[in-house]
Design a protein around this ligand. Sequence first.
Ligand code: ZN
Length: 100
Amino acid sequence: MKQYLRIYKHLDVDEIKGHLLLIDDLYGSCANCRHVGLNYTKDLKCTQCGAEFRYLATRIPSETPKILARLEQDGRNVTVIDRDDWEKATAKNNLSGLFG
Ligand SMILES: [Zn+2]
C-alpha cells in the first residue's frame, strides 16, 4: 500500500533553486531565472535557462493532490516541496529557515 507522507530533509536551497518550478495555477515560473508561463505537465526543463525541473512547489496547497496525481500518471520522478517551507527557507531576513 502506498500513501503520501510529508518528510523533513535537510536540503541545499541553492541546489533546489536551480531545479525548481514554482506553480501558480496550471502555469508556473522557473525559480532559477524567473521565466514565466511554464507548464509543469509539459515543460520538463525551463525553456529559457534550461534548468531541469526536479522539484515543484505550488502556491495553492489545495491543488497539491491534483499535481501529485498528474506526476504519478506521467511517471515523473519529481519531488513536491511545501511552498511555505520554500518561502521561509529563502526569506532574506530569516536565516533559520523553517524553524525560525
Ligand atoms: Zn529558467
